[in-house]
Design a protein around this ligand. Structure first.
Ligand SMILES: Nc1nc2c(c(=O)[nH]1)N[C@H]1C(S)=C(S)[C@@H](COP(=O)(O)O)O[C@H]1N2
Ligand SMILES: [Mo]
Length: 396
């Protein structure tokens, strides 16, 4: 094929691809995109900060000692994480719609400009890809649906850095456009390209977007607000479980139903000086302490109860454990990522960190960890190990 024929083909392909100018809705464009972008920046920052904290909380040995209070700290930060992520979904959809025609901008021909253009497009592709990945995996995780084979925690954490990094580049590159967009009024009547009288304005579009984000937040998180449980239609685990607390994995599902009913159950406590075995009656004979503490699941639901039992530090002291020791707690469960957790020293010596035997004054339901479970303040639910049978004091 000669060069002329090639040009002809290229021109014909070009004709088939829509042009940026063919999208005429005045609702789109920088003024809408910048204002929604500002809110996306806020929701992504909240999700990133609370996500980093959640990730650090789940490390066996966090890089810095994390605070053990207030008791509801993790409950609040994780609710913020899920709420910010959920609000981002309608925001991102409208934002993508508002800039969609830019997808059809023809690349410049001068090499220098072309390189810059491709870099800018590349950073946007990265940002959009990472943002969609985060929102889809986060939403699926909070619905306990895992239609993938990679590890959620590692992937969601890694892509958070990609999303936030490419977001910073995007804001820096677009700063002049953003400045101009905010300087312009949202709606200027009678300007060319602006909607005809009676047609929706940019202001209407923005208000509808804010409203959808607000509905998304309320529908996922209101379950914890007294009186609002019924409107939390999208909340996971907002229903009641035994003893007023929802159950994520039942004793049956964890394969421990028979083991927990065995009267021969003993708590093995391993320490630097000795190992002891305690029966349920031995534990009940020790000094009991109670505390109101929430189960705060990473999926976003949470529920508080009054837990009673033996402070972890009292059990550690039986085998020579002291206030600077960590402790590893193991479940009867033989499989599953949550069958073991490590309590850093500052949590282990906290008086409200319990090997709980009761909930609301009653013996634990098998689904809540009978005979004995770990419950400690300001920790993710995944670390509140149920069906405990072994406690080992370890040097940090
Ligand atoms: N052994 C064991 N402990 C566990 C789990 C588990 O699967 N196995 N799930 C954890 C998770 S994800 C949560 S949110 C809480 C739920 O506790 P609950 O069922 O008493 O509400 O228990 C935690 N403890
Ligand atoms: Mo959880």
């Amino acid at each position: 094929m000669n060069e002329r024929a090639l040009r002809g083909v290229a021109a014909r392909i070009d004709e088939c691809i829509p042009r940026t100018e063919s999208f005429t809705s005045g609702l789109r464009g920088p003024r809408t995109a910048a204002r929604i972008g500002l809110w996306l920046g806020i929701t992504f920052s909240i999700a990133f900060a609370t996500g980093l904290y959640s990730h650090a909380s789940q490390l066996a040995t966090p890089p810095v000692a994390l605070p053990t209070g207030p008791t509801r700290l993790y409950q609040v930060t994780q609710a913020l994480h899920v709420a910010a992520g959920t609000a981002s979904i309608p925001l991102l959809l409208v934002k993508l719609w508002s800039v969609f025609p830019r997808l059809f901008v023809r690349p410049p021909t001068r090499p220098r400009e072309l390189v810059l253009h491709l870099l800018e497009r590349g950073s946007i592709a990265l940002l959009v890809g990472a943002a969609i990945f985060q929102l889809v995996t986060g939403l699926a995780n909070s619905a306990q649906w895992y239609p993938w084979s990679f590890g959620f925690v590692g992937a969601h954490y890694a892509l958070a850095w990609v999303a936030v990094g490419s977001l910073a580049v995007h804001v820096a590159v677009k700063l002049p456009v953003i400045r101009r967009a905010f300087a312009d009024p949202v709606d200027d009547e009678h300007a060319p390209g602006d909607p005809a009288p009676g047609a929706p304005t940019r202001r209407t579009l923005l208000h509808a977007t804010w409203a959808s984000a607000a509905v998304a937040v309320v529908a996922t998180t209101a379950a914890e607000v007294p009186g609002l449980r019924r409107v939390a239609v999208l909340a996971v685990r907002s229903g009641q479980g035994p003893q007023g607390i929802p159950v994520n994995r039942s004793a049956l599902a964890a394969g421990v139903a028979d083991l927990v009913a065995d009267p021969a159950w003993r708590l093995r406590v391993i320490g630097p000086t000795t190992t002891v075995e305690l029966s349920l009656d031995d534990l009940r004979a020790m000094a009991q302490h109670s505390a109101v503490l929430p189960i705060s699941c990473v999926e976003g639901w949470s529920a508080s109860g009054e837990w009673g039992g033996v402070p972890v530090r009292d059990v550690m002291a039986l085998v020579g454990g002291g206030p600077s020791d960590d402790v590893v707690v193991r479940s009867l469960q033989t499989r599953g990522a949550y069958r073991e957790s490590r309590l850093p020293a500052n949590f282990a010596r906290h008086g409200d960190s319990l090997l709980a035997l009761t909930l609301g004054g009653e013996p634990l339901d098998p689904d809540h960890g009978f005979p004995c479970r770990l419950i400690a303040p300001a920790r993710p639910g995944v670390l509140q190990t149920k069906w405990v049978h072994e406690v080992e004091v370890v040097a940090p």
